[in-house]
Write a protein that binds this ligand. Sequence first.
Ligand SMILES: [Zn+2]
Length: 352
Amino acid sequence: MPDRSRFRIVEDIRFRSHRSPAGHPERPERLLAVAHAIKSFEGSFSRIEPRAAEPEEILRVHDRAHLREIERAVQQAPAHLDPDTYVSSESFDVARLAAGSCVDLARSIACGEATAGLAAVRPPGHHAEADRAMGFCLFNNVAIAARALQSEAGLDKLLILDWDVHHGNGTQHSFEADPSILYVSAHEFPHYPGTGDFGEAGCGAGLGTTVNIALPAGCGDGEYLGVLAHVLVPIARQFEPEMILVSCGFDAHRDDPLSAMQLSGPGYLAITRLVRQLADELCEGRVVFVLEGGYSPSGLQEGTEALLRGMLETLPAEATSRPEAPAGSTLRAVLDRVIEVHGRRYPGIAAL
Ligand SMILES: [Zn+2]
C-alpha cells in the first residue's frame, strides 16, 4: 500500500504576487483560503520548493511567440491580454514558478520520492492555449507537467482529469491528436469557454482520448460522483495510465460566484476518494492535483480540506457505492450522451 506520509505539497507566498485588478475574481487572496486548509494538516505531508520553469519546458506546450508575449506584456503592466486575463509586473515570473513547481512535483511522484501531491499554485493554467493566454491562465501548468513527465521521467500514458467547472480548452487542444494522453473533463455546459460538448472526442490518432462530460447547470454531488464512477473509472481501466494528473478547480462548489453547480465539501471528499482508489488500482497511487479555479473563500477552503482528507486519511472500509442512474434523471441523460459518443470504444461505460 502507498505510504500516505509521502504526500507532497508545493505552496508559496510568491504565488500571491501575481496581482489582480480591483474586483477580479482570480485574486491573490484565493490562496489564503487554500493555505488555511493546508495548515490544518501540517505534519502529515512534506513540501517542495517552487522552481521557475525553463523556457524549454514551457515550449513543449506553448509557442515561442506566446512566451515572448507574456514576457513583453509584464513590461507594460498592469495590462490585460484579453478581457478576462491580466498581468501585473511579477506575472511572468510567477507563471513560470507555477509551471515549474507543477513539473517538479509531478516528477517527484513519478520517480517515487512522493506518492501523491498538491500544487497550490496560481495563475491557473487549463484555458491557456499554445499561442495565447486566456481565461485568467498564462501558461498551461498541467499540460507542461504532463509533457515533462513524458520527456524526462520515462512515463508514456497519462490521464488528465479536469474537474474544474470550466472546460479546459487549452489542455484539450494540446493533446486532442495525441493518443498517449487521455483527457477527461466534467464541466458545466454551456458555459465559459464554450468548448467541451460531448462530440469533441479528439482527432487523428487521438480520436477517443478526449472525453467530455458536459453537465447542465445545477449538478451536484450525485451527478459528479456518478459521472466519475460510470465514465472515468471504466475508461481509465481500459486506458491504463501510468499516472493521473487532476486539473483541480474548486469552482463547481455551491458557493462559487462563477458557476451554477452545487458540489459540497462531502462531494469533493467523495470524488477525491474515487480518484485515489483509481490511482491505487491503476498506477501505484500516483496522482498530482494542480489547482485551477475556485473563486469563493468557503469553496476553496472546504474543497482543499476535502481533498487533503480524502488523500491523507484512511479510506473507509466499505467501498464507495456507485450512484444509480434511473431513467429520467439528469445523470442518466448525461451518461446516455457519453455512451452515444464513446460507448463502442469503451464498452465498460455502457455496462451500467
Ligand atoms: Zn474554472
